[in-house]
Design a protein around this ligand. Structure first.
Ligand code: HEM
Length: 148
């Protein structure tokens, strides 16, 4: 029995993603990031991905190929703020679906790690604590006029 089966299969993942995108549609930072006005297709892709990841049908890869999630997120500005907003929407979704505590913790742990790994943009160097940009902040900063 896979995790997918244990939590209730397709229906459960669909419910999680439905609540998640309901929350995304209300978020002033996340909503404009989505290329399509209709969030339905994005919801389908996320559902298929999660279903496949947790041991359900592999429809995601049949339709979309290898997930390569970090690469697919490169066009979007995933910074700590959007990551936290994304996670807040997911937290609301998991709370509404009410999995068992163990299933909830397992899924949440994965989602948190995945969301942290998806960050591809750091806050601007000027905003970093102490004003001292790290190497990473420097290389992704839009402000390249800094001299010292
Ligand atoms: C950390 C904050 C994140 C933000 C702001 C974000 C935002 C986005 C955006 C704007 C899209 C494009 C919509 C679409 O065409 O589907 C997208 C796609 C997608 N995201 Fe995220 N995402 C985040 C994290 C994650 C995480 C943690 C996962 C997986 C656990 C994930 C899974 C996906 C998937 C599967 C797609 C569709 C990929 C495809 O097949 O084209 N995202 N995301």
């Amino acid at each position: 029995m896979t995790f997918y089966d244990e939590v209730g299969g397709q229906t459960t993942f669909q419910r999680i993603v439905d609540v998640f995108y309901r929350e995304v549609s209300l978020d002033p930072v996340l909503k404009p990031m989505y290329p399509e006005e209709d969030l339905g297709p994005a919801a389908d892709r996320l559902t298929m991905f999660l279903v496949q990841y947790w041991g359900g049908p592999t429809t995601y890869s049949e339709r979309r190929g290898h997930p390569r999630l970090r690469m697919r997120h490169v066009p979007f500005r995933v910074d700590p703020d959007s990551r936290d907003r994304w996670l807040r929407c997911m937290r609301t979704a998991l709370d509404e679906v009410e999995l068992s505590p163990l299933h909830d913790a397992t899924l949440w742990d994965y989602l948190e790690r995945a969301a942290y790994a998806m960050v591809n943009t750091l806050p601007s160097a000027a905003a970093s604590p102490g004003g001292r940009p790290t190497l990473d902040a420097r290389s992704t900063s839009e402000d390249s006029t800094e001299t010292a």
